[in-house]
Design a protein around this ligand. Structure first.
Ligand code: HEC
Length: 216
């Protein structure tokens, strides 16, 4: 009987591994209730971010071209990871944003091995605040059909899925001036008076792209 049970368990484990497989080498999240795993250090607290986690992007902490925050009070740890020249693993609670409509939040250890515990968000942002349109791990696809993880996992491993422009990800079709202009027109923030001409031009170009896409 014991051997049949272990064969059953092995088959179940294989099935779960196949379902969870994303080309990752980490352990598959197989449930094995009989054997509790000994934990050496207490894990960071489990937490469930809500839309309240997101605020005016310019109230976050700027690092080069993007912004960071930490929902668990460890902003120093997040800034240290973001400013490390050799790369680092971001601490739990880290929020990273390049534009108001997309975010990554580092969840508690064990949240998702394939995404290195990052949760991806696509947000609808208005004057009233942010609403979560899509959230999750390896399944999250942006409004242009791009899977967040498919791009971000190409970042060199030492950069913990953070792409910037030099970490090995496929590029996005936004120039740094466009990104700056989008950050400066976050509808949740006080307006920036007198945007420079290159940013106004970038916004006009983005609007033209949107109009063209809507016309199709
Ligand atoms: C086509 C590939 C691609 C897709 C799809 C994509 N990203 Fe990115 N993302 C990038 C690149 C490249 C950058 C860096 C751009 C820059 O700094 O100019 C970036 C930047 C970011 C940043 C700022 C931190 C960093 O990695 O530089 C966040 C946060 C982010 N993306 C979240 C998301 C989320 C959430 C999704 C899905 C809803 C998503 N991205 C989809 C390629 C992608």
């Amino acid at each position: 009987m014991k051997s049949i049970n272990s064969i059953r368990f092995a088959l179940a484990a294989l099935g779960a591994a196949a379902l969870a497989a994303c080309g990752q080498s980490g352990p598959a999240p197989v449930e094995a209730p009989a054997e509790p795993v000994a934990v050496e250090a207490p894990p960071p607290p489990a937490f469930e971010p809500t839309a309240a986690a997101f605020k005016c992007i310019r109230d976050m902490h700027p690092v080069r071209g993007f912004y960071v925050d930490n929902l668990l009070g460890n902003l120093d740890g997040t800034i240290a990871a973001a400013t490390s020249e050799t790369g680092a693993i971001y601490p739990a609670g880290s929020v990273v944003q390049l534009v108001p409509g997309e975010a990554m939040i580092k969840r508690e250890a064990g949240y998702n091995a394939a995404t290195k515990d990052w949760e991806f968000f696509e947000l609808d942002v208005t004057e009233a605040g942010a609403a979560i349109r899509v959230r999750g791990a390896d399944e999250v696809v942006n409004q242009f059909g791009g899977n967040c993880l498919a791009c971000h996992e190409k970042a060199k491993p030492e950069f913990d899925l953070i792409c910037e422009q030099t970490h090995g990800c496929d590029p996005i079709p936004l120039t740094p001036v466009m990104v700056k202009a989008i950050q400066n027109t976050d509808p949740r923030c006080p307006p920036v008076p007198d945007l420079p001409a290159d940013q106004l031009e970038a916004l006009a170009m983005l609007q033209a792209f949107r109009d063209a896409a809507a016309g199709n």
